[in-house]
Design a protein around this ligand. Sequence first.
Ligand code: AMP
Length: 462
Amino acid sequence: MCGVIGVYGHPEAANLAYLGLYALQHRGQESAGIVATDGERLRSAKEMGHVNDIFTADRLRELRGYAAIGHVRYSTAGDSSKRNAQPIAVDYFGGSVAVGHNGNLVNAAELRERLEAEGAIFQTTADTEAIVHLIARSREQTLPARVADALRQVRGAYSLVFLSQDQLVAVRDPMGFRPLALGKSKDTWVVSSETCAFELLEAEFVRDVEPGEMVIVDGNGVRSERPFAAQPPHRCVFEWVYFARPDSTIDGNSVYRARERMGRRLAVEHPVQADVVIPVPDSGVAAAIGYARESGIPYDQGLMRSHYMGRTFIEPSQHIRHFGVKLKLSPVREVLTGKRVVVVDDSIVRGTTSRKIVGMIRGAGAREVHMRISSPPTVGPCRYGIDTPTREELIAFKKTPEEIRHFLEADSLGYLSLEGLYTSVNGSEGANKGFCDACFSNAYPINIQQPARLRQLRLITG
Ligand code: AMP
């Protein structure tokens, strides 16, 4: 769960990257960073915290140059600390290179073990650093060739932006797990995890970077290469459900419209007699609108969200998350008292937030609370870049929907079917057309290999 941005060909490239990071802030709130080049050298600023807190006018002024990359991080591999903040920028005998990564490398431990055995000294615990070592070791001559050489040794999910003194390189892994889009504003090229950043930068959406594609931008313009063997795409369906901002398009389709369709479909699959449909803001808004439109039940705002807090799930410790729910959401009694309420959210992970929300709505005087979820039960942790807890912590792994309903203390609970989800995302038929849905199906397209050291330890102790 991270966001990346790259800008090439603008005298204030770092400022544009900074604005772009604002638009991508929802993808990660732990740390943020920008690296810029003026053609001579890379300059970097990164820190723990939100974009707003990190980049002062002075800091941005120091990031001189016509090209820049930026990153917002929410750790899925490696701990949450400043040393793991990205972009990672290094000097090596081939020059300087910086990288920002959204995704998760499934063979990171194995790669790290091999590189460390060969003498590499790692500065971070983030999986991304292995890529930098592989680039430095490559015998290829150009940055794109070195990057391709490095990535052929890597397995997993990556949407990456690289910056050298004079080149911007953007790559999406062959399965295309995480999104990446290309935009343009006059002579400036922009790559971004999500198209919502283009709105802010007044850049025009050109197209999505395709799975397995490498886009290279330098003084000669922009070109595209396909350095990897083609593989069937596995784009993350959860980006559609929750992660991407609704004002983005992914692979050419509107996220908002897809979520609205999920809500409509949910109303067909799980109808109920009720007085009002409310969303869990902000994640349930578009689906709740769809549910209300399809069912004819009026839509209203029964919960208010404080925008001065991050997402509650984001804080790594359980203790803070519980506290956060109360700080974040507050019931609107006027909307809820005496009503039969349908409350729509995008997903249930541990169930703890949802349980509090049901309690909050009931506490505000609702007569009935019907929970509707615009995705199927989350039964598997993501291994490709979305932060989800372990399988045992996922409530739907352990409990049936009826048991979950009981735990939530809701009057009814309905999840969207997988077929319904695909019908909504595709706009027509309910088939999986090149998506990864491991979190809903437990079908993992790439398996994680145990690093040799762990296997050996098990042998000795077991
Ligand atoms: P819970 O009731 O504790 O399972 O939390 C459910 C809430 O977490 C829903 O509002 C979801 O929108 C939200 N959510 C789902 N997946 C994630 C994630 N990977 N990171 C942060 N929040 C999430």
